[in-house]
Design a protein around this ligand. Sequence first.
Ligand SMILES: Cc1cc2nc3c(=O)[nH]c(=O)nc-3n(C[C@H](O)[C@H](O)[C@H](O)COP(=O)(O)OP(=O)(O)OC[C@H]3O[C@@H](n4cnc5c(N)ncnc54)[C@H](O)[C@@H]3O)c2cc1C
Length: 133
Amino acid sequence: MLIAEQRVARLGCCRDNQPYVVPIYYVRAEGQVFGFSMPGRKIEFMRSNPLVCVEIEHCTDQHCWKCVIIEGRYHEFHKETDKKHAWNILKVYNDWWDPGALNLGSDAKPPGYLPVFFAISMDSVTGREATLV
Ligand SMILES: Cc1cc2nc3c(=O)[nH]c(=O)nc-3n(C[C@H](O)[C@H](O)[C@H](O)COP(=O)(O)OP(=O)(O)OC[C@H]3O[C@@H](n4cnc5c(N)ncnc54)[C@H](O)[C@@H]3O)c2cc1C
């Protein structure tokens, strides 16, 4: 299944009628899409409007591609146990990102630099694919 196979998605969020799209790494687990981020614009967008979409694709060539759109709701983990649970899911692929920024055990960084862990519910999933026959 495309969502389980891929690791990079485009996350779409919207605040005050202004859309914002960024690539993110993700893991699908427990019926949700898990991700993480440092504080910044996308997190502020999703905190103010938790309705988001996630686009995942795989393109072999111009005639052969798959694309899935997930619509769902942003949920941010605040409890340390929940953050660690999310990190345990994400860290299977921990060579993705700056490991220093994601070192949950480090006290060296100011609070603003702590990563934000989140999950997006999969309320609706649609997709298309093209194959050259
Ligand atoms: C293939 C790919 C995968 C990616 N995967 C991820 C991913 O999994 N997670 C992810 O977050 N990004 C990922 N990125 C980068 C992402 O697409 C954005 O470009 C980036 O996260 C900046 O988004 P932002 O909305 O936070 O931007 P901005 O708000 O412009 O922030 C830019 C950066 O400044 C820093 N920053 C901003 N405000 C603060 C603050 N208050 N305190 C501390 N630091 C701050 C953060 O590092 C932030 O990411 C990926 C990019 C690519 C190409």
